[in-house]
Design a protein around this ligand. Structure first.
Ligand code: ADP
Ligand code: MG
Length: 348
């Protein structure tokens, strides 16, 4: 295939711990004037997460990140597609075996305050997943596990009797992480988990997540609208736009040599050392990236906002294709046509 390979519809990688295949989510909306409209929140997403690694997912608000994370963790059913953990489908939580597998995929949410029951003490909040998934344990064993995991996230036993409102935002998020980790999951999905925190606290939480990963080998799906946050933790990065993955690959390659015009805009708005230039660039990027752009009925979804659109972009939806030797894929006609000429020039 001229050095290029289709990335879509591929079987799960043998090395993948978690494989997301063809996930689509369509929400039906009842209109106040009668009738129904449909919103496609996620469009045919294929992704693989390797054991012990972090897959970052980045994209602006409303592009479908939370919907995808809720589907992966089994909270929301997809319209089509499935998620495989160690080769077994996990979507349908109806059987006991599948529930057991869902224990292996836990979530940390954006708003720690909102996701911790204000009437429960911290000790009970952290122990809750054990009450559901580890009914075989005695109370003493549960207390020991709670104490251990609290220490792991940097909170001593004096926190166990407190209520969520008595903790700072960073401490609350440590509790959210402890609760997610207590069942010893294989995958933790962090959906905007540090977005509500101050920058210095964000860095502490990210360092904590990295330390825990080094010790335990847990894999993360780390979701944020902020590319600089994703860049600080991810091994692989997937860029999402209007429910689609438009570029995916090793974090270093994506950050140093982005292929998709939308990734380039995200990078321009995230990394500029001079604050004056940054102010202008962020504004310029924000104008180009303003949400609410009308969705084209055919061709590339990003075309109305794209500086580099060429003729095929109007008619043909670009597939996610390999654009370089580093295992990177991008859905862009422009990049693919230059990638093809590079491949031919280099004799591939
Ligand atoms: P993100 O997390 O990237 O901000 P979401 O997954 O929350 O994006 O939303 C993606 C799209 O799906 C948005 O257009 C949103 O309005 C729509 N959406 C999300 N949840 C629902 C729902 N329960 N019902 C209808 N539409 C929804
Ligand atoms: Mg979200």
């Amino acid at each position: 295939m001229n050095g290029r390979q289709r990335a879509i519809g591929m079987p799960p990688q043998e090395t993948a711990l978690l494989s997301i295949q063809g996930i689509t989510k369509v929400y039906g909306r009842a209109s106040m004037f009668g009738g129904n409209s449909k919103a496609i929140a996620v469009r045919g997403v294929d992704l693989n997460l390797k054991r012990g690694q972090t897959l970052g997912i980045v994209g602006e608000s409303g592009c479908g990140k939370s919907t995808l994370s809720r589907i992966i963790s089994g909270i929301t059913p997809p319209t089509s597609g499935n998620v495989y953990l160690e080769g077994e489908p996990v979507i349908d939580g109806s059987t006991r075996e599948q529930r057991k597998r869902l224990r292996d995929v836990q979530m940390v949410f954006q708003s720690p305050a909102g996701s911790l029951d204000p009437r429960m003490r911290i000790g009970a909040i952290v122990a809750e997943p054990l009450d559901i998934h580890r009914t075989d344990l005695s109370s003493a064993e549960k207390r020991r596990l709670v104490s251990e995991i609290m220490a792991r996230v940097g909170l001593n036993d004096s926190f166990l009797e407190r209520y969520p409102h008595q903790l700072s935002g960073g401490q609350q998020q440590r509790v959210g992480i402890a609760r997610a980790l207590i069942t010893n999951p294989k995958v933790v999905i962090c959906d905007e988990a540090v977005s509500a925190l101050d920058v210095s606290v964000q860095a502490q939480i990210i360092n904590l997540l990295l330390d825990i990963q080094k010790d335990s080998g847990v894999s993360y799906i780390f979701i944020s609208h902020d590319l600089s946050v994703v860049a600080s933790i991810a091994d692989e990065i997937a860029v999402m736009y209007m429910g689609q993955i438009v570029e995916e690959g090793p974090a270093n390659t994506i950050l140093s040599d982005p292929a998709h015009p939308y990734t380039k805009v995200l990078i321009e708005s995230a990394f500029v050392p001079d604050p004056r230039i940054e102010k202008n660039r962020v504004r310029a990027a924000a104008v180009e990236a303003a949400p609410g752009t009308t969705q084209p009925s055919e061709g590339c979804l990003y075309r109305p906002r794209c500086r580099h659109a060429i003729a095929p972009c109007e008619m043909i939806t670009p597939d996610l294709l390999s654009v370089g030797p580093e295992g990177r894929v991008a859905a862009c006609h422009n990049e693919q046509s230059s990638g093809a000429s590079q491949a031919i020039a280099s004799g591939r």
